[in-house]
Design a protein around this ligand. Structure first.
Ligand code: ZN
Length: 505
């Protein structure tokens, strides 16, 4: 078989798997949204069947042979050609899928399914001891996974590879050290500032049906295509891109708090516009898939925070918001509202954190994950280590484990290595916006004030979305912004924005 024929067959198989996996995605979305409660057992069988079929097809040794044939040819000599990029990423996933023994995959699935249920109970009852043995097993199994996949320097490198290929512990340590050194003093200054927002204006009556209409209008304005997507309601918001022409987002409405649904919708819209603007002709292959978790998160954070929590955005939307919620906002000026949505204060819960303190939550988790995995920290000592480090970073005492080390679901599903991608997302978002501002100047803010976000969306499609996985995240960032990833644009953005708002710095 010639290399060209092998490549054609490899891509045909990848696209077939893309279709199969998109069927599972539809079922997963339906499970979270409209499936009746009694459908859960059948849905479990359907999902398990599709997952095993997909795994079987993907790990077929024939795929290994096809990869080897193409890899031995000139088709991979230009590393950013379609064929080289596709082969590089299919190889990475194929190796991962075939190196991890089937018994370990099954054990991880079994333990994490149980662990998620136990975690929910443990969090509800503030009972870390019932969860601890499950976390213990998960850490052990993730170490086994790292050993099976292989790594340099630290087992964590093998785990982060699943979310952010090409990123290393060493790079992350440098990023977090630089970031923490800058953020901690900034947050202290903000907390000590005499000028503070009145965030209670966001906790008035915001009827859910009107929130929905308003959030949908904002999603359309920034560029979400409702002809190729939907917005529904779920307990836990998410974005699921099935493939070309169909991307679903969800949110939840709190009639007594404006931020939750609105900024949640902007966040998921950012994810969705990435999915909607991936190159359709490459669907099913790496060139049609988002670059990494960190880059995906950069798109959501960019629209949620850099745009949606910015002044020009509300110059445009505030009059309409006030009309929509006239009872709640009659006595609230645009400036008071803008200050309230940018309230900064150290708090216990990561998902409720503001832009300035958010990454400190991640720094904490990253440090603890590294120590758990290396064995320097035992699961028995985790709550104490969490609380000590939390107090050092935030100046707050953690009152209980439910609001401490039990607050996140991630470890219970085995997602060790996932957290840093949130911070990478924030840093990439700031660096991308910095590049966009340099290119368009003040005209960009004029666009936003006029409710026009098309130039920004176009830039992101041009520099990020259309590339799929052609480049690794670090290289994509360098190409789009002219610089390797650095915490500097993010720190300058925060210092400028919050310095002005709080009259500090
Ligand atoms: Zn997200």
């Amino acid at each position: 078989m010639t290399a060209a024929d092998a490549y054609t067959e490899l891509i045909r198989r990848a696209k077939e798997l893309g279709v199969l996996n998109s069927c599972a995605a539809v079922l997963g979305w339906d499970h979270q949204t409209y499936m009746p409660a009694k459908g859960v057992a059948l849905r479990g069988e359907q999902m398990a069947f599709l997952a095993s079929l997909s795994h079987q097809k993907f790990t077929d040794p024939k795929n290994g042979e096809l990869l080897a044939t193409v890899e031995a040819s000139e088709m991979v000599s230009d590393p950013v050609s379609d064929s080289a990029a596709n082969v590089r990423e299919i190889r990475r996933s194929y190796d991962r899928a075939t190196k991890i023994p089937q018994a370990l995959v099954e054990e991880l699935a079994r333990v994490t399914t149980q662990a998620q249920q136990v975690w929910e109970q443990a969090k509800k009852k503030n009972d870390y001891p019932i969860y601890r043995p499950f976390l213990e097993q998960i850490v052990k199994l993730k170490r086994d996974e790292a050993a099976a996949v292989g790594y340099k320097d630290h087992p964590y490198n093998a785990l982060i590879e699943e979310y952010e290929p090409g990123t290393t512990v060493a790079e992350l340590k440098t990023l977090f050290a630089g970031l923490t050194a800058e953020l901690a003093p900034l947050v202290r200054k903000i907390v000590g500032a005499p000028k503070q927002p009145d965030k209670s204006v966001l906790e008035r009556e915001f009827p859910a049906d009107r929130q929905k209409v308003f959030a949908e209008a904002a999603a359309v304005a920034v560029g979400f295509d409702f002809g190729a997507g939907r917005l529904d309601t779920t307990a836990h918001p998410f974005c699921s891109g099935f493939g070309p022409g169909d991307c679903r987002i969800t949110t939840r409405y709190n009639p007594r708090f404006f931020n939750e649904a609105f900024f949640g919708v902007l966040h998921e819209t950012g994810h969705a516009m990435y999915e909607q603007n991936l190159p359709a002709e490459h669907f099913g292959t790496p060139l049609g898939v988002a670059c990494s978790f960190g880059i995906h998160e950069s798109q959501s954070r960019l629209w949620e925070n850099q745009v949606g929590r910015g002044r020009p955005f509300w110059d445009h939307f505030y009059p309409r918001l006030k009309q929509t919620f006239h009872a709640a906002l009659a006595d609230v000026s645009k400036e008071a509202f803008y200050f309230a949505i940018n309230d900064v204060r150290p708090s216990l819960i990561r998902v409720e954190a503001d832009e300035a303190t958010y990454n400190l939550h991640i720094a904490l988790r990253f440090e603890l994950e590294l120590s758990l995995l290396s064995g320097d920290l035992t699961t028995g000592d985790l709550p104490g280590a969490w609380n000590d480090r939390f107090e050092a970073l935030f100046g707050l005492k953690v009152p209980d484990d439910a609001r401490g080390c039990l607050q996140d679901i991630h470890w219970s599903f085995g997602g060790i290595g996932y957290f840093p991608t949130y911070t990478l997302g924030n840093l990439y978002a700031a660096q991308l916006m910095d590049a966009v501002r340099r290119e368009f100047g003040s005209g960009l803010e004029d666009d936003f004030r006029a409710g026009d976000f098309s130039r920004l969306k176009g830039w992101l499609t041009q520099h990020i979305h259309r590339h799929g996985q052609r480049y690794r995240a670090g290289e994509l960032c360098r190409l789009a912004t002219g610089m390797p990833l650095s915490p500097k644009p993010f720190v300058s953005y925060l210092t400028e924005k919050f310095g002005a708002l709080y009259d500090v710095c």
